[in-house]
Write a protein that binds this ligand. Structure first.
Ligand code: ADQ
Length: 462
């Protein structure tokens, strides 16, 4: 069996009771790496004065992590710059927020070259490489230039934007061309994959063949739809843990008979938090009789605080939640409980279980794992209702959710009312179908599906 090398921007190790986001991904990748005696390569998260290319190896639970430190300028231009101020907004359809600075593009290229330089000596001819996400689009091309003839795959965790939006990026075609260095490229949904085909077909003259084969010049890649899941068994177990039970009881006690609506999201403009608050406000305004029967608990730990658009969204939410609470709160009732903290998975699972409604309403989301976690944590005898944005990748699988357009306050308000009134048998029927999907297409399934496609591909060396 070949050794697997996973590469991602950050290397994270799963720890019991951790609060870091992407925990499920870390667990899944660790499992794959353990099976194949693999390496996980990426940035340590640390900053150094002068980049040396020194690799820090660590071995934990059968997995080797190999990390490098970056310079401050790298972090500014590559991570806070090109990744989070250029590609992230653009790929989430927010060209109004995307910043196109040559410095950022230069820093992105430099760091991808640094990754390629330091990784190349670690690669054996039989290794299989799997590169993760938008931070490292051109890495495969850099490795090929240095002679790597290995099987290489790339997975994109965020949406692929429509052709006309992507074209606003000055170096779009050059950047997208680098993806043809891989053998397999994976997306969460058919929609993202189709947008990719549309771009490379219409703007770059690539030839789209049946079965996901795409040719560009002398390069051939395979594109696949490979939706990520959660570690469902672990999450179900977490929802029954003593900490989850305690959190569940505390939430129920503090709800004093009211129905809880839960939202859990990184504080990010793509998650539709302002629109969610406005939809909830609309519900309160239009249904005075329901007011004290519900409350919204929104958990949103701050992320990417060095980027101005994130400071802005944070300030916007502070003021919006304050305004709504100011307008509607009473001595014995606060309509929105807004919390900016991270919680352990056990506690989150208990909180999800206590919520009558899970509200997951991103404006755009590659997949959205919170939707799946909410489903996995429910009590089968008395499950809650998932309200899910049509614009999350998860909507392609969780078709039994109450699907909404997150831009419409009216639709959100209607969905809340529908969910509150939904009879038990309908809740159970919808939940069962969603749960079947969450259990069968879990994170292990995702990883297997991708690595199978990669192993079945012909390595197409440089
Ligand atoms: P994210 O944008 O981070 O991931 P998501 O898929 O929802 O979005 O995952 C967030 C994770 O963070 C979840 O596991 C959630 O439980 C956790 N989390 C959020 N708030 C938390 C809190 N307060 N405390 C503890 N944990 C918290 C990106 C893409 C997604 C895609 C994933 C995986 O944007 O679309 O689903 O990668 O591919």
């Amino acid at each position: 069996m070949s050794r697997l090398i996973v590469v991602s921007n950050r290397v994270t190790t799963p720890k019991a009771g951790h609060t870091a986001s992407g925990g499920g991904l870390a667990v899944a990748l660790h499992a794959a790496l353990r099976e194949n005696g693999g390496i996980w390569f990426g940035w340590s998260g640390e900053v150094t004065d002068q980049f040396t290319g020194h690799i820090n190896f660590q071995r934990e639970q059968g997995v080797t992590t190999a990390t490098i430190d970056l310079e401050e300028q790298d972090v500014d231009e590559y991570y806070n710059g090109y990744a989070n101020r250029t590609l992230w907004p653009l790929f989430h359809y927010r060209i109004d927020l995307a910043e196109y600075e040559r410095e950022f593009a230069g820093g992105y290229e430099r760091v991808n070259e640094r990754f390629a330089d330091t990784l190349t000596p670690l690669i054996d001819p039989a290794d299989v490489l799997w590169v993760q996400d938008y931070h490292l689009l051109p890495l495969g091309e850099g490795l090929r230039r240095r002679g790597a003839a290995n099987r290489m795959g790339f997975f994109l965790h965020i949406p692929w934007p429509p052709r006309r939006l992507l074209y606003t990026l000055p170096e779009a075609a050059d950047l997208v061309r680098t993806l043809f260095a891989y053998d397999v490229v994976g997306f969460h949904t058919q929609e993202w994959l189709s947008s990719f085909e549309d771009f490379v077909g219409a703007e770059m003259g690539a030839v789209i063949e049946p079965d996901g084969v795409i040719r560009l010049g002398d390069r051939t890649i395979r594109v696949i739809v490979c939706p990520i899941g959660i570690d469902a068994a672990e999450f179900v177990a977490a929802s029954k843990s003593p900490r989850a039970r305690l959190a569940h009881r505390q939430m129920r006690d503090s709800a004093v008979g009211r129905d809880m609506i839960i939202g859990v999201d990184r504080l990010d403009y793509s998650k539709g938090l302002e629109e969610r608050f406005l939809g909830y406000e609309r519900f309160l305004r239009d249904h005075p009789e329901e007011r004290k029967e519900v409350f919204l608990l929104q958990i949103a730990p701050p992320s990417r605080g060095e980027v101005a658009s994130y400071q802005k969204i944070r300030a916007g939410l502070d003021s919006l939640s304050g305004r709504i609470n100011g307008a509607y709160a009473d001595l014995d009732w606060t309509p929105i409980r807004y919390v900016n903290q991270g919680y352990s998975r056990d506690v989150l699972a208990g909180v999800y279980r206590a919520a009558r409604i899970g509200m997951v309403t991103p404006l755009r989301d590659g997949m959205n794992l919170v939707a799946k976690e909410y489903v996995a944590a429910q009590d089968p005898d008395d499950p809650g209702v998932l309200i899910l944005s049509r614009f999350a990748g998860a909507a392609a699988q969780l078709t039994e959710a109450v699907l909404v357009n997150p831009y419409s306050a009216e639709e959100l308000s209607d969905a809340i009312l529908l969910a509150l009134r939904m009879p038990l048998d309908e809740r159970q029927r919808r939940w069962r179908k969603m749960m079947d999907n969450v259990l069968s297409e879990d994170v292990g399934w995702w990883r297997q599906r991708f690595t199978d496609a990669l192993m079945a591909s012909e390595a197409t060396p440089a």
